[in-house]
Design a protein. Structure first.
Length: 497
């Protein structure tokens, strides 16, 4: 098996295609017109062609070969002879198609440049067959993408980062999603066209409740369902964003020895991620402070993945969506995907005062629309926004929000001055309080705790935020925190080999 230039065309050396030649007998190492047998040579267009010949794999991936040409023409390969060089070139291109680690390429290099021709022929075929088995290349399907199973749900905060990764992951992976039957994640994931598999799952509670007993059986059922699905899909890696829906999936992956990559957005891990830690190969974190709270031998500071679409908003479209037709600054108030009763209440109490100076966009959560305020000029309320959100954020001058990690990292990326009102300790494990204090200490945010809130304090904090907004913008512009998409993808690829 070797590669050569097409003898029947006038193509230059730089535009050659890769060919398979099957030889029953190895000749000398000098190139010769009879080195390959008649009618035994055929182009492997289904596998790989040179980028100069504009070839593609069946998966549609372009395969440039400039780097491999220089490797194939090194002194060691040249000394081993032209035929050896052909074997070397093909093996490197094959490694390129399958995205094999550099270490594996070096093994092939040593085999090819230091073995006799007969041993080379035998060893190369053995290695090639091993690669076929390793990567599960199907006879009818050619060389396929790797597979990844993603999971995360319960709230939008456990789903949006997964969506942010999809564009980059789809270049190298077939993507599948496993989560709950009726959670918000199902609606969000099915909208982007990813295969979605629903399993039974139970909520994990930190307090005594009769449902803790019944939900335990739901988790067990979900675990058996996840085992069956993972055996069917055969993923190379599982990526878990957290939330109670991920526990059965991660446990099943651990049992099946499938690599698991966890991502924790908050400073301290949630209960689901704590339970999943023993089954994870590695953990990605968003805050440097998280290292002190997560006990694992492999931790990567990646940041939080942020949707590229969030940077593509149009401020004019945002104003049109809300029906604002004047130049007053825009105040965006959002209480999370499930809404906040306290935040909704205090905003509506302060509405008459605030709308004198601001146009107000209010994301109030499901079933929290106040119909009596629908026609109020300068006030636009929505349960939840998805595709429109980039335009609303582009139009907003300042933001009042809960302190979920995904939201505050988006504010940081967009340089939006913000007032954070974290969930109180009584309603959470305190993760939003820690997130908010971290951003406050870095100069990115103001913080107002819910137990101290009233309409007067609320209005005064907003006025202060707008007055000194340039100070917060300057601090965010000096931040070293970046979009975590590329770093998370790098970690996923590392552990899916």
């Amino acid at each position: 098996m070797f590669a050569r230039r097409d003898a029947h065309t006038n193509e230059s050396q730089s535009s050659r295609c890769v060919y398979i030649g099957v030889s029953l007998k190895l000749h000398d190492k000098t190139p010769h017109k009879n080195v390959h047998r008649k009618n035994t040579q055929k182009p492997i267009s289904a596998f790989v062609r040179s980028s100069y010949a504009r070839g593609r794999t069946r998966t549609g991936t372009w395969l440039p070969t400039r780097d491999f040409k220089s490797l194939a023409s090194t002194n060691s390969a040249t000394r081993a002879g032209t035929l050896t060089n052909y074997y070397f070139t093909f093996s490197l291109r094959f490694c390129q198609v399958l995205n094999i680690e550099v270490a594996y390429k070096e093994i092939l290099f040593n085999i090819i440049t230091h073995r006799s021709e007969t041993i080379l022929y035998f060893t190369f075929w053995m290695k090639w067959l091993q690669l076929i088995v390793w990567h599960d290349i199907k006879s009818a399907g050619g060389i396929g993408l790797k597979k990844i199973v993603m999971s995360g749900g319960g709230t939008a905060g456990h789903v949006i980062p997964n969506i942010a990764l999809l564009d980059s992951l789809s270049k190298d992976y077939e993507i599948y999603y496993i989560a709950s039957e009726d959670g918000i994640e199902r609606e969000l994931i099915e909208k982007v066209g990813i295969p979605y598999y629903a399993i039974s799952c139970g909520k994990l509670r930190r307090y005594m409740n009769i449902k803790n007993f019944t939900d335990g059986f739901r988790v067990i059922k979900g675990f058996t369902q996840a085992i069956k699905l993972l055996k069917k899909i055969k993923p190379d890696v599982v990526f878990s964003k957290g939330g109670f829906v991920t526990v059965p999936v991660v446990l099943a992956a651990g049992i099946l020895k499938i690599p698991v990559v966890l991502h924790e957005s908050d400073i301290t891990p949630g209960l689901a991620n704590k339970m999943s830690l023993p089954f994870a190969r590695t953990v990605c974190i968003s805050f440097p402070e998280s290292k002190a709270h997560i006990k694992h031998s492999r931790i990567h500071l990646t940041g939080t993945p942020i949707r590229e679409s969030i940077f593509e908003g149009d401020a004019d479209k945002g104003r049109d969506i809300c029906g604002f037709d004047d130049s007053r600054p825009i105040l965006l108030v959002m209480g999370g995907s499930q809404g906040s009763a306290k935040l909704n209440s205090v905003l509506r109490e302060s509405l008459e005062t605030l709308k004198k100076s601001y146009n107000i966009v209010h994301l109030c959560g499901k079933n929290n629309i106040d119909t009596e305020l629908q026609e109020t000029v300068g006030y636009a309320q929505f349960e939840y926004l998805n595709e429109e959100m980039p335009h609303i954020l582009a139009a907003a001058d300042i933001v009042v929000s809960r302190a979920g990690a995904n939201s505050i990292f988006e504010f940081l990326a967009l340089k939006k001055p913000n007032l954070l009102i974290p969930l109180p300790k009584a309603q959470s494990r305190g993760d939003q309080i820690e997130n908010a204090e971290s951003f406050k200490n870095q100069g990115f945010s103001k913080v107002l705790h819910e137990e101290n809130i009233d309409s007067l304090t609320f209005v005064m904090e907003i006025i202060d935020l707008y007055t000194y907004k340039d100070k917060y913008i300057a601090a965010m512009e000096n931040s070293l925190m970046t979009n975590g998409v590329s770093e998370v993808i790098r970690v996923i690829k590392r552990y899916s080999v």
